[in-house]
Structure formats: structure tokens, C-alpha cells
Design a protein around this ligand. Structure first.
Ligand SMILES: C[S@@+](CC[C@H](N)C(=O)[O-])C[C@H]1O[C@@H](n2cnc3c(N)ncnc32)[C@H](O)[C@@H]1O
Ligand code: SF4
Length: 483
């Protein structure tokens, strides 16, 4: 590698310099690396602007006063070669050459990275999400912010956790407020922002907001029902290099999908948009919560997604509404249906089978450490509602952390009793989960606990306990037969 060679980050790489380490992640290859000391310093000079190795090492000389240029150059070159091999940076003679070799997400690629698993709901099981869970959570580094742009929605899904009364004339965040949140988040080292609703495409200024998040170098994702996507949005999504759009698709049968959304014609619109995203190589992830109505259909959705190399996930656990109204729970699967579904998953999800035989069957547990937090809320993630209130997550809107109209994001994260309280909650504080023989299969979700128990988030939700018991029985049977 010669000194005049240009180096820059790929458009999908994001670098953050935290107090104790440097971090690089890539939304295309779904991989990341963490560096201490020298590596973190080396990382700090990289950007999307091409610079020669010579220029970059000269910048490093300011940090390493007294060290020989040649010595730094040698180490830095090795560092760059490694990052290039792994796909984080590009090197070349001219900026044009770098642009030509820049890889982009495409569904034509054999190894498309959005399609990791068939059944499981945690498709990003390696790389970024695992790193964040293991590292940033313990440091309380705010990494991910979810912003509910508006409570307005054009659908009225039968299972929705948002009360319908909040969707009519729904509250909407102003552009200046969202920009302020982004600015404050970026100052605090924020890595990613997710826009949700209601329906985020109903926000009149979505273009301006998304472009602003791009200017501020954030990884951007959107949760949408995709009924309102227009061709001009495609150009925008390309321009902002969106990390992922999550769309809810309940069935391949239009009547079933439309019954769930309560919006006639919604299936056709959503499907049309998914195909548009596919044609334009924009990464999409299908979410298919399973209910009584689509219980016979969810497999078709997963199969269709797999055929089109789209990642897809299912979820059995409905949460009651954020105002504790439980009417929507009547749409959840019965115990019999849940059991059949779990049997199906066990039969078809090869990755899960491997984990069970290689780990669970050998006594390796993932949830045995009672000192771990039950999830990321308050530890590395925060949610801001369309009213401007900070809550732990989108479906937990009965635990108000702060009013961002009156308080800063910094104070909400660093000097707030509610945030500190969340950080103290550990797995062991849920004895019904921790001391049970089915704990490996319980997913402690405080939002669901709260909504399903009139706000009592420390009381385990009954349905998830029942599903966990059922899962253990089926898994033990599977392991006994296959081990
Ligand atoms: C509230 S919506 C907001 C974004 C957008 N309107 C959409 O439908 O994708 C986000 C996701 O939450 C899911 N969801 C809604 N109500 C739910 C509930 N009670 N339990 C579990 N998931 C729910 C939806 O199916 C959707 O995938
Ligand atoms: S799930 Fe999404 S699309 Fe459906 S009503 Fe709720 S916010 Fe609207």
C-alpha cells in the first residue's frame, strides 16, 4: 500500500468514538468491530471523504506526538488492509475509482444479508445487535433512538397496541423538535434512529426529517405499513441509504390481510410497495405477527419472503393496548394454535434446531445470569412518542420517563430517576421467570407485562409464561428424540 493511496469509509460503514473504545459497524455486511486504544485512534481519522494514507497518518501524528511518522504509517497501513478485507473501507487511486468499487445492497446478490433466518424473530443474531447488547448496554451508551413521528394512522389493525382514539387527529412531532432530538442524540454518540408511528409516511415533512438524519450520519430505519409509498419516496430512500424498512404483512390472502388492518385494499398497496422496494434493491424486513385470523396464512408469508430473499419474522405474543384495554387480545392465537405453531417452528427452523442440540441439550443456557438486564430499555435505547414524551419503548407508554418539551435528551438519559430505575432492573427481579425450569424460553418483556397487567411491569404476563412452558415441553421432546 503506497502513501498516496486514497482511503475512505464505505457508505454503509459507521464509526463512533466512545470514551473507552472505538466502534465500526456496517449495515450492508452486518458486521462490526470494536477497538481499544490505538485502534480507536486510527478509527477516529477515517471518514467518507477520501484522504491519502499520508494525510491520515499526519493527522495521527497530532495524537502521537514524538512518534516517528514511518512507524505510525506501517501500523496504520496494516489496520487499513484489515478493514478493507472485511469490507469497512475502500482504497484506490482516485475518488472515481472508489465510487466504482463501492458495494451496494442488492437482492441479486447470492449472499444477501437480510435473509438470515426462516422462522426466528431475531434475524440479526450476529454482529451489531450482539455487540451492542454485550458492550454498550453495560456502559449505558445511548445507541438507538426510536421516534414516533405521528400517532395518525390510515389503518385500524385489530391487534394494534395504540388505542384508536389516539390515531384520530393524532399528535404529530414538529420538524424542529425531531431535528433537536437528532442533534442532541448525535452529541451523545447516537448510532441509529428508527422512525415509527402510527404511520410515519403520514408525516408531511418525512422527506426533510429523513434527509436530516442522513446528514447527521445515522443508521436509519423505518417501521411502516407501506400503503402510502409513492415512487418519489423510492428516490428518497435510495438517497438516504436506508438501513431497513420493516413492513407488517399479515397474509398473502387479501381478505385476511385487509381484515386485520381494517383497511380495504391495504393488501394490494402494501404488496405493491414491497415489490417496488425489491425492484429497487431497498432492504425490507417483513413482520408478521400471528393471530387467530392469519394463523393458517403466516407460513405462506414466510415462504414468499424466503423465495424473494427477504428477511421475515413472526411473533406470537400480542400485547394489550398501552392504555391497558385488553379488547385486542381476543385476536391472539389460542393455546392450541400456539402449540401447533411452535411444533411447526421446531420442525422447520434448522438454525433453532442446531442451537437446541449444540447448546440447550448440553446444558448451555443463555438466560441463567440473573444480573443481566431483561432488555435494552434505559440501557442503550430510548423511545420518544408523538407527544414528545420519553418512554422505554413504543408499546410501553404507561411508564413516562420525561417530557422532552421541557427537558433535554441528555438529562433524560443521564440525570433521570426513571431511567436510573430501569437500569437497576435485572432478570433476577422476575423470580417467576428466573426460578422456573422454563426460563430459557421466557422472553421477559416489561412492555407486555405492563399492558397486560394494568401497568404492573414487574408482574409476568400470563400468556408468555404459558407459551414458555409449552415450548420447553416440545423442545425437551425434540431433544430426546434427536440427541
Ligand atoms: C405499531 S406498528 C407502527 C408502524 C406501522 N404502522 C406498522 O404497522 O408497521 C409497529 C409494529 O407493531 C406491531 N403491533 C401492533 N400492535 C401490536 C401488539 N398489540 N402486539 C404486538 N405487536 C403489535 C405491528 O404489527 C407492526 O409490525
Ligand atoms: S399496527 Fe401500525 S398500521 Fe396497524 S393500526 Fe397500528 S400503527 Fe396503524
Amino acid at each position: 500500500m503506497n502513501n498516496k493511496l486514497l482511503v475512505r469509509l464505505t457508505k454503509d460503514s459507521f464509526v463512533r468514538n466512545y470514551s473507552t473504545h472505538g466502534y465500526i459497524t456496517n449495515q450492508l455486511i452486518k458486521n462490526d468491530r470494536i477497538f481499544n486504544e490505538t485502534g480507536a485512534d486510527f478509527l477516529s481519522v477515517l471518514s467518507r471523504n477520501p484522504k491519502t494514507i499520508k494525510q491520515l497518518t499526519e493527522e495521527l501524528l497530532f495524537i502521537y506526538e514524538g512518534v516517528e511518522l514511518a512507524e505510525i504509517q506501517e501500523d496504520f497501513t496494516v489496520f487499513i488492509q484489515d478493514l478493507e478485507k472485511e469490507g469497512f473501507v475502500l482504497t484506490g487511486e482516485t475518488p472515481d475509482e472508489l465510487n466504482k468499487i463501492e458495494p451496494s445492497f442488492t437482492y441479486k446478490d447470492i449472499d444477501v444479508k437480510t435473509n438470515k433466518k426462516y422462522f426466528s424473530d431475531d434475524f440479526e443474531s450476529e454482529g451489531t445487535s450482539e455487540y451492542i447488547y454485550d458492550n454498550l448496554i453495560n456502559e449505558h451508551q445511548l445507541s438507538s433512538l426510536t421516534i414516533e413521528l405521528t400517532k395518525l394512522c390510515n389503518e385500524r389493525c385489530v391487534h394494534c397496541y395504540l388505542p384508536n382514539s389516539q390515531k384520530q387527529n393524532g399528535k404529530t412531532l414538529s420538524v424542529s423538535f425531531v431535528k433537536r432530538l437528532i442533534d442532541e442524540g448525535v452529541d451523545m454518540g447516537l448510532l441509529s434512529v428508527s422512525f415509527t408511528g402510527g404511520e410515519p409516511f403520514l408525516h408531511k415533512n418525512i422527506f426533510e426529517i429523513l434527509e436530516y438524519a442522513r446528514e447527521k450520519d445515522l443508521m436509519i430505519s423505518i417501521l411502516s405499513n407501506l400503503t402510502l409509498l409513492k415512487t418519489e419516496h423510492i428516490a428518497l430512500l435510495k438517497k438516504i441509504n436506508i438501513s431497513m424498512i420493516q413492513v407488517s404483512l399479515y397474509s398473502l390472502d387479501d381478505a385476511t390481510h385487509d381484515y386485520i388492518t381494517q383497511l380495504p385494499g391495504s393488501f394490494e398497496k402494501t404488496m405493491h410497495s414491497i415489490k417496488l422496494l425489491l425492484e429497487n434493491d431497498i432492504p425490507v424486513n417483513i413482520s408478521c405477527p400471528v393471530m387467530k385470523h392469519n394463523y393458517m396464512h403466516y407460513k405462506d408469508v414466510l415462504r414468499w419472503a424466503r423465495e424473494h430473499r427477504i428477511s421475515a419474522s413472526t411473533d406470537l405474543d400480542l400485547s394489550a393496548q398501552t392504555d391497558f384495554n385488553e379488547d385486542n387480545l381476543q385476536h391472539g392465537t389460542t393455546n392450541e394454535q400456539s402449540k401447533e405453531l411452535l411444533q411447526d417452528m421446531l420442525k422447520e427452523d434448522k438454525t433453532w434446531q442446531q442451537v437446541l442440540l449444540n447448546e440447550y441439550a448440553k446444558g448451555i443456557e443463555t438466560k441463567a445470569d440473573g444480573n443481566q438486564p431483561p432488555c435494552s430499555v434505559g440501557n442503550d435505547s430510548l423511545f420518544i412518542s408523538a407527544e414528545g414524551y420519553a418512554y422505554p419503548c413504543p408499546s410501553w407508554q404507561s411508564f413516562k420517563i420525561a417530557d422532552l418539551n421541557k427537558s433535554t435528551l441528555y438529562d433524560t438519559w443521564n440525570n433521570n430517576e426513571q431511567t436510573n430505575h430501569l437500569r437497576k432492573i435485572k432478570r433476577k427481579d422476575f423470580p417467576e421467570h428466573m426460578n422456573s425450569e422454563y426460563r430459557e424460553f421466557t422472553n421477559v418483556c416489561m412492555a407486555r407485562n405492563a399492558n397486560n397487567n394494568k401497568g404492573e411491569y414487574m408482574k409476568m404476563d400470563r400468556k408468555s409464561i404459558e407459551v414458555a412452558k409449552m415450548t420447553k415441553e416440545l423442545v425437551d421432546d425434540f431433544v430426546a428424540k434427536n440427541n
